[in-house]
Design a protein around this ligand. Sequence first.
Ligand code: NDP
Length: 237
Amino acid sequence: MAGFQGKSVLVLGGSRGIGAAIVRRLAAEGGKVTFTYAGSREAAERLAAETGATAAVTDSADRDAVIARVRESGPLDVLVVNAGVALMGDALELDADAVDRMIRINVHAPYHAAVEAARRMPEGGRILVIGSNVGDHVGFPGIAGYAMTKSAVQGLVRGLARDFGPRGITVNAVQPGPVDTDMNPAEGPLKDLLYGKMVIQRHGRPEEIAAMVAWLAGPEAGFVTGAMHTIDGGFGA
Ligand code: NDP
């Protein structure tokens, strides 16, 4: 597979989970991949050694750092904004600063990264943001703030698709349902609740999300833009 040979790729939030699977996939297909991380230095260094990708520390909660990283890594053929956090619990009890930090990571960073990337992105460029199926359908209590951030991604993707489409740049969201990562382990406490809503009653694998990202980021997806691509085991069916 050499679908990304010669392509410059930046994955924001690539040290673990879905982001690491995206880094592996795009690097295996020949992409010149840089990925960011915030807290998981050892995991990032291991992944860099394994894949040949470049790891760069950048906190997605820091707008200026995100913009600087995109600028330094550019011009980019592919930007994937994967970094995200999920704050869950009683909305009446959640710490307001933590909620605002989540909004910076999940909403502000994708917006600013995408706009900065588009400044120098060539025709055929691809911008992808990892949203969530809860952007469409929340399904259970305790995730209002997180769901809000993922619904915001939808507006971002639709709007920037219109802004950058005339230059041949596509902008899409991938919306996973439950995927087995540190954020949502297959043996975690939400398992029964989630499987009760799903047609395919298992967690997705990070590689399955990476496969969809690879297709959307590749040359066959040039007619796909402004769209949400849900991969959720039928959670929303
Ligand atoms: P994980 O918690 O397993 O991994 C999160 C990744 O994002 C890590 O590489 C982490 O890096 C990075 N990250 C988190 N905060 C920051 C930050 N402030 N700056 C830079 N990087 C950061 O999550 P998943 O892999 O499960 O989730 C990836 C994306 O998929 C998220 O956007 C999430 O909302 C979305 N998603 C996940 C679902 C699931 O069930 N797992 C379902 C639907 C959507 P580090 O550790 O180095 O800080």
